[in-house]
Design a protein around this ligand. Structure first.
Ligand SMILES: N[C@@H](CCC(=O)N[C@@H](CS)C(=O)NCC(=O)O)C(=O)O
Length: 225
């Protein structure tokens, strides 16, 4: 393991199952690669349309591929997920504002963003529960270990203009890196930056950082999964 300072930023939206895979793998490698892992909650439609891209699911052949790809990847990475029967429910705006509000409140070591994002992914991609309504976000927050008072405060903050603007500005930040989809990962090592798209670039990312890719489970599978 090298001792250089490595900052890894993960731009994601909980609508994106590939982002969930990247998120869990980066959490597992955080101490192995000794990276300063920064979560960047953003809004996928903002980067898709803002970059002139199109949602991959709009192409029927791509959609068939994605469904089969995710089934195998979920097994490979040890992140159980199942395709929701209704893929049209893609509105994660309130959920991502909620996570953005948490990110603004978070103090170092809190892991609030990490825990709540995981709960939202679980609801969307494992148990197929709603993530659009305040009651659903409350449930996710409580399950992630937030107190009822904190959840209430975060919910109200998430509707404020500064938080709406913050989500927009992080999405814009991704677009400035020429992002066109998620997960989008920015690695910085000793002042050199490189961007990666996808949860399938870890080997290359490790090479760039002078680290080793040891497969999806560098330690044993994590208890919270
Ligand atoms: N090959 C990538 C695919 C990632 C992917 O398809 N991400 C979707 C969101 S879940 C996306 O942003 N797609 C835009 C595109 O493919 O242009 C991976 O394995 O992670």
């Amino acid at each position: 393991m090298s001792s250089s300072r490595k900052v890894v930023e993960l731009f994601y939206d909980v609508v994106s199952p590939y982002s969930w895979l990247a998120f869990e793998v980066l959490c597992r490698y955080r101490n192995v690669w000794n990276i300063d892992l920064k979560f960047k909650p953003a809004f996928l439609p903002g980067v898709i349309y803002g970059s002139g891209n199109q949602p991959a699911g709009m192409n029927p052949s791509k959609l068939t591929y994605i469904v089969s790809d995710l089934t195998l990847l979920s097994e490979y990475f040890g992140v159980p997920m199942f395709r929701p029967s209704d893929l049209s429910d893609k509105d994660t705006l309130s959920a991502m504002r909620f996570v953005t509000a948490l990110a603004e409140k978070e103090k170092e070591g809190d892991m609030l963003v990490e825990r709540v994002s995981r709960e939202l992914w679980k609801r969307k991609w494992r148990t197929h529960q709603d993530i659009t309504q305040p009651a659903s976000l409350t449930e996710a927050g409580l399950k992630a270990g937030l107190s009822a008072n904190v959840v209430k405060e975060i919910l109200s903050l998430s509707k404020s203009q500064p938080i709406k603007d913050k989500l927009k500005s992080v999405t814009q930040e991704a677009l400035e890196y020429k992002c066109f989809g998620f997960p989008f990962i920015v690695c910085q090592v000793n002042g050199k930056a490189k961007v990666f798209f996808g949860s399938d670039r870890f080997e290359l990312m490790a090479y760039f950082m002078g680290e080793k890719w040891m497969g999806p489970h560098p330690n044993k599978p994590t208890a919270h999964m």
